[in-house]
Design a protein around this ligand. Structure first.
Ligand code: PEP
Ligand code: MN
Length: 274
């Protein structure tokens, strides 16, 4: 962990970065970001936004620019998607998290949203990292699917070095030999990040497993491992989703997950006292 001047604790006293987004303090308590993989229509996004808000989510996610494996797959609605997210924020009060793919889009996309997401495929896109580093917007930096913790922290370092201290790390699974899950969710990286860095660390159990049945247990496990929050895909009607429907929770499942996470609060506080 050499040359991590800004992201590492460097043997100094333990401290945590707290990032304020709207009324939410990321890095303090447990924060839940929820919403569809992609913004598909106004109706789908607003409906899902109200449902996740009702269940207690703190921020709304939704992709307007989608990094798809195939160039023929749905690529997102672009600016129209951002306008829909803006409306969802107006109606629900939930701050917005959305992915930005291209350095040329960073400054104008930043005007629409509250948190800029850098996806796994772009973790080491250094010009994109520098560009988001020049804004003051919080950045959710997903772990590259082939990246070590050190490489990941170096990418966060790029953002901090440009003058933006508001970086949230997000573990989203790494590639392994197992084909049962979409990725292998590396929950051990959560306490590892806490050992070496002051940045908040989130977990994405949706892309991390790619399996609906594993999203709830891995969300609860992320909380137990000490994560500062999760980012989870929720769709008002997963069967109809244009992207990642089979890993998206429906609103009832999400409400049940929130209930369980809330019950873990007291338990985590008790454990911290021991
Ligand atoms: C996403 O969160 O929408 C996404 C594309 O995730 P990842 O970059 O982790 O694949
Ligand atoms: Mn997705």
């Amino acid at each position: 962990m050499k040359n991590l001047r800004l992201t590492a604790l460097n043997g100094g006293p333990p401290r945590r970065t707290i990032i304020r987004v709207g009324g939410v303090s990321i890095g303090e308590g447990f924060t839940v970001i929820a919403g569809p993989c992609s913004v598909e229509t106004e109706e789908q996004t607003l409906k899902t936004a109200h449902q996740v808000k009702e269940a207690g989510a703190h921020l709304l996610r939704g992709g307007a620019f989608k990094p798809r494996t195939s160039p023929y797959a749905f690529q997102g609605l672009g600016i129209k998607g951002l306008q829909i997210l803006e409306k969802a924020k107006k109606e629900t009060g939930l701050p917005i998290v959305t992915e930005v793919l291209d350095p040329r889009d960073v400054s104008w996309v930043a005007e629409y949203v509250d948190v800029l997401q850098i996806g796994t495929r772009n973790m080491q896109n250094f010009s994109l990292l520098k560009e988001v580093g020049r804004t003051k917007k919080p950045v959710l930096l997903k772990r590259g699917m082939y990246s070590t913790l050190s490489e990941w922290l170096n990418c966060a370092e790029y953002i901090l070095a440009e003058g933006n201290p508001n970086v949230i790390l997000c573990e989203r699974g790494i590639r392994s030999f197992d084909t049962y899950t979409r990725n292998t969710l590396d929950l051990s990286v959560v306490p590892a990040v806490k050992e070496v860095s002051h940045l908040p660390i989130f977990v994405d159990p949706s892309h991390g497993t790619g399996k609906l049945s594993l999203v709830e247990p891995m969300s609860l496990a992320a909380r137990a491992a000490g994560a500062d929050g999760i980012m989870v895909e929720v769709h008002c009607n997963p069967a109809e989703a244009l992207c990642d429907g089979d890993q998206s929770l429906n609103p009832e499942m999400f409400a049940s997950l929130m209930n369980k996470l809330n019950h873990m609060d007291a338990c985590m506080k008790e454990i911290a006292k021991i």
